[in-house]
Design a protein around this ligand. Sequence first.
Ligand code: NAP
Length: 337
Amino acid sequence: MSSLENRQFKLISRPRGMVKRSDFEFSTTPAPQPGPGEVLVKVLYLSLDPAMRGWMNEGRSYVPPVGLGEVMRAGGVGRVIASNDSALAVGNYVVGMTGIQDYAVVKANAMKTVDPRHAPLPRYLGALGMPGMTAYFGLLDICDPKPGETVVVSGAAGAVGALVGQIAKIKGCHVVGIAGGPEKCRYVTGELGLDSAIDYKSEDVPKALRQHCPKGINVYFDNVGGDILDAVLAQLAMKARVSLCGAISQYNNLEGTQGPRNYLSLLINRARMEGFIVFDYAARYSEGVKAIAGWLAEGKLKAREDIVDGLETFPETLLKLYRGENFGKLVLKVADE
Ligand code: NAP
């Protein structure tokens, strides 16, 4: 095993604004050996997530920052190629935190087995993985949408947002998606079956919201923050619920985070805005996976992955998220299955 060459991206400086290739060191070292209770995983696919930008910042968050000199943190799917733990055998496919590298030594009990006969492996990083759980619990647990209510979701063509919109439809809601560009908006109403879509890049969002949500907004699932959050807050219905999932429009802001201006709408409408972190629902993931797998099998839910080939492209591929260039769950392919 020591002859295996392991390419790695290590964070070497804290980015200012958008990530640059020079914020990382791309180097090759021999693949490490697993110790007791550990396995060596050959990484096949990596999950690229908007949150990675936050993990590169110094300071307090829901997880510690990636340390300078450390391999960049990332979730991945791979195959066990050496095992020092009876729970996992060579040949098992697993999902968990692997980092941006070809080979990862990980604790066996930190990995979950997945089956490529049940779903394509990249789907375990999307609808059947962390983004799927984010959509499921962030919508249903935080907002409890009722049939007939109006639900608005931003980032509606993305990994989380596309699932949120479809789950809200399954729950009998009137659903409006906000996305960037005509192609994504066509996808949101066509393929995903939402009632309408707003192209925030070319439309007047407050005006379009008034048109598509004439009775006000009962539920808002916020993936983007910024001006779109403000536009939605201004049109909340009484007792509305806002799920604060993310704020991608703010992650690369050099001037700091733009807070909501229209927050008094929460007071006027006796509404609630609640943040959540998907990992808090870890004990209930099996419930979310079962529901999503069932809807996928019944054809009620569609999943889409945007797969880019090549570990070496990591810094540039990550930027696709912040430029809106990904279409569905962004996955980096590292090696052939
Ligand atoms: P994604 O939606 O697949 O990709 C990001 C999308 O954000 C882009 O495709 C782009 O779509 C949109 N975007 C980028 N810059 C924007 C801007 N300035 N204004 C408006 N939209 C912009 O990513 P994802 O993995 O599903 O994540 C979505 C959100 O969920 C992120 O905020 C992420 O941090 C959050 N999240 C939170 C949790 C949690 O536990 N709370 C877990 C997972 C993800 P357009 O082309 O439509 O602009």
